[in-house]
Design a protein around this ligand. Structure first.
Ligand SMILES: NC(=O)C1=CN([C@@H]2O[C@H](COP(=O)(O)OP(=O)(O)OC[C@H]3O[C@@H](n4cnc5c(N)ncnc54)[C@H](OP(=O)(O)O)[C@@H]3O)[C@@H](O)[C@H]2O)[C@H](O)CC1
Ligand SMILES: [K+]
Length: 491
């Protein structure tokens, strides 16, 4: 997985990397600029579009100058506006400034006529990971102006004003696209920063994962290439029992749809045998809308041990006796997936928390999470609380949202890269519970079930939204689960 390095260690990382490769820091800057330009040309093919590049005094500004040179060579009309500070500019900024072609328009921003043509592109190369304080005065005003311009805004590495690892308190550039180098900076993954980050693109500048690993051992970004090896593979003699026997418990009257969504998602994720136990009076008649799903009675059936995995909570309601939940955990006594009303039950009855089977997977949305751990004021605090909760109770915590966080019991934090805003729809979480439970039942470790479940869920949402956009519903996500296996080459 791709390590995420904190802002303070990035300078040290760059130094060590260039030393180990026998290259100069300006070579790495050139690599970064080329990676940006390759991304840029993939999207903005019209070479008559006017581009303004705002360059700060440090290496982020140096990137901007190198990009200006490369884009101008390709024929794009470029305007460079540079900002000096009292201490002068970085060495690589100066070197790239000298490399600008002779006929190039580069203006000190103090002499700028403050005009941005409508429909042009504004590239923010003012500050990156070297931001040392909140923006003030003329720079803050400039960012405010750029945010009001009728233009497409693109940030290089980080939107200016955004600290790398914490929540911002000041003025920040509002990017439509952020193109970040090698790995996402942590703050780009915070939901409160989505308005600044826009669409996030991570571009490779040639620093290998093994090299990055030396600078971060506990925070990672999950990419497509991390998934293949985490799956189990079956052969033509595999029996339906090999694909797991899973049970879903939940679905009180009026909320039974949640239980069916989880169950159906498990079938589409490859489970061999799927049963569901709705919270109805025993022997009352319940119509299951899918022929492949069996009905199961939990209360009269003492033996839960022949289930490979249990997903509990979707639509369970608020009237559940905590001792009943306890009896299920004790009878099953293996990792289970705990969601929705089952999480609320844990929060309301802390004695139950200590009884949760080790390595179980909890999948709270942000409100359910607060019920478990108390109020949190921002995402940085939420990440810390999820991590300590996972360690304390020896469970996997999946904090659902943009860039879903998987907090593992050994303290590692994994951020997901798939999914989009259209997935914020009723039942989307129930689908995720179904998928994770399915993988757990197919014999995956809790860690791999969580990673594969979260990644495939986001990918299924991306695929479904291609034709459905904001009209996408949870069942559409389920229908695309099989395509995610095809897309990733999973047998
Ligand atoms: N491996 C990589 O990821 C690479 C990254 N590159 C790019 O380099 C930047 C980081 O460059 P750095 O020079 O360390 O920092 P910045 O350019 O972001 O900013 C430093 C200058 O900005 C001044 N500063 C900082 N905060 C403020 C502020 N609030 N107001 C005014 N001025 C500010 C700072 O001045 P100080 O007074 O704080 O010293 C510096 O002058 C990274 O983000 C990438 O874009 C490389 O190109 C290649 C590899
Ligand atoms: K920037």
């Amino acid at each position: 997985m791709l390590p995420i390095i904190n802002g303070e260690s990035i300078k040290e990382l760059d130094q060590e990397f260039i030393l180990s490769k026998g290259i100069l820091s300006i070579d790495l800057m050139e690599e970064a600029a080329s990676a940006f330009v390759e991304w840029f040309y993939g999207i903005f093919k019209d070479r008559t579009i006017k581009i303004y590049i705002f360059c700060g005094p440090g290496n982020n500004g140096g990137d901007g100058l190198a990009i200006a040179r490369l884009l101008s060579k390709m024929g794009y009309p470029i305007n460079v506006l540079y900002l000096m500070n009292g201490k002068g500019c970085s060495k690589d900024f100066q070197a790239n400034f000298k490399k600008l072609p002779k006929n190039f328009i580069a203006t000190n921003f103090e002499n700028w006529n403050r005009q941005i043509d409508h429909g042009s592109i504004v590239i923010d190369a003012i500050f990156g990971v070297g931001l040392s304080r909140v923006l003030e005065g003329a720079i803050s005003d400039l960012i405010g102006e750029l945010n009001n311009a009728i233009a497409t805004r693109i940030a290089i590495d980080l939107p200016s004003g955004l600290p790398s690892d914490s929540v911002t308190t000041g003025q920040v550039f509002h990017a439509e696209h952020t193109v970040t180098f090698q790995f996402p900076k942590l703050s780009l993954l915070f939901p409160e920063h989505i308005q600044f980050t826009g669409k996030l693109h991570v571009v490779d500048i040639g620093i290998e994962d093994q090299f990055l690993q030396k600078f971060s051992s506990n925070t990672f970004y999950i990419r497509k290439e991390d998934i293949f090896s985490r799956h189990r593979y079956f052969h033509r003699f595999s029996h339906k029992g090999d694909f797991g026997r899973v049970l879903f418990i939940g679905g009180a009257p009026g909320k039974i749809g949640a239980l069916f969504l989880s169950s159906y998602a498990a079938l589409r994720s490859g489970s061999g045998l799927v049963s569901c136990a709705p919270e109805f009076e025993e022997n009352s008649s319940v119509q299951i809308p899918y022929n492949e799903i069996m009905l199961f009675q939990v209360k009269s059936n003492t033996d839960l041990g022949n289930m490979d995995a249990i997903g509990i909570g979707p639509g369970w309601g608020t009237a559940i006796d905590p001792d009943y939940f306890l009896s299920i955990m004790v009878r099953f006594n293996k990792p289970m997936v705990i969601d929705a009303d089952a999480i609320n039950l844990l929060a309301a009855n802390p004695f139950l928390l200590k009884k949760v089977p080790k390595n179980s997977i909890l999948t709270p949305h942000l409100k359910e999470f607060e019920r478990l751990v108390g109020k949190v004021s921002n995402h940085a605090e939420r990440i810390e609380k999820a991590t300590s909760f996972a360690i304390e109770y020896n469970v996997v915590v999946i904090l659902k949202g943009a860039h879903t966080l998987i907090a593992l019991p050994d303290g590692r934090k994994l951020f997901n890269s798939t999914g989009n805003q259209y997935m914020a729809t009723a039942g989307s979480g129930d689908v995720l519970t179904g998928m994770i439970t399915s993988f757990l039942g197919q014999g995956y470790s809790p860690e791999n079930a969580a990673i594969c479940g979260v990644f495939h869920h986001g990918l299924a949402g991306e695929l479904a939204s291609q034709s459905k956009r904001r009209g996408m519903i949870a069942s559409d996500i389920i229908e695309k689960i099989p395509n995610t296996f095809i897309e990733l080459g999973i047998e």
